[in-house]
Design a binder for this molecule. Structure first.
Ligand code: IMP
Length: 183
């Protein structure tokens, strides 16, 4: 079985992801000079993105992680967001950059931001590899660093999964419908 055969079309190639991460990394260098931000990645989908993005950041940064889930195996958001705070770092007074794989309805991020604010960080910004603005259901979200805008289709690869599979694909693609309609 080859997971690449389940992909209908590639939306963002690996070369495009690398080039965009370089641009975002250079912008973060400028915006956070002397601030030593914490890249707070939302597990598990943002790991390939944070790994690639951080290669292009040259200022001092720290890494931390939070566990978040909302889909529970389906292909549309339930708005039912479960958040587990894992950060080992003290967040008070720190500059946080939340690193996310995709912002869809926005429920996940707005929940995470609300929780993180209670830790009294110095600032909170968001970096997301993908943004699906046409799906947004919350309107108070500001995503400072966006990799790519994608249409309202279910996508996999570069960290994004369908039923925990496809995360390792080096590109972002759309799954063939028959993959999630067959049981
Ligand atoms: P939101 O709360 O609706 O913004 O959804 C955010 C989370 O849903 C993301 O972190 C992903 O884990 C998941 N998600 C949203 N859209 C997709 C998709 O197209 N493919 C895979 N996962 C997705």
């Amino acid at each position: 079985m080859n997971l690449n055969n389940d992909i209908k079309k590639i939306l963002v190639t690996n070369e495009q992801i690398e080039a965009r991460c370089k641009e975002l990394g250079e912008q973060i260098d400028i915006d956070y000079e002397d601030k030593k931000p914490i890249l707070l990645s939302l597990l598990r989908g943002s790991i390939p993105f944070v790994t690639t993005l951080s290669k292009y950041i040259s200022i001092p940064i720290e890494f931390d992680y939070m566990k978040v889930s909302s889909y529970h195996g389906g292909t549309s958001s339930t708005g039912n967001v479960a958040v587990t705070i894992l950060p080992a770092s003290k967040l008070e007074g720190r500059h946080l950059i939340i690193v996310e794989d995709i912002v869809d309805t926005g429920f996940t991020l707005s929940t995470v931001v609300k929780i993180l604010k209670t830790y009294k960080p110095a600032s909170i910004e968001v970096a997301s590899l993908l943004d699906k603005p046409s799906m947004r259901k919350v309107d108070d979200l500001d995503i400072k660093y966006v990799g790519f805008i994608v249409p309202a289709e279910f996508v996999v690869g570069f960290g994004l999964d369908y039923n925990e599979l496809y995360r390792q694909l080096p590109y972002v693609g759309v799954l063939k419908e028959e993959v999630y309609t067959k049981k």
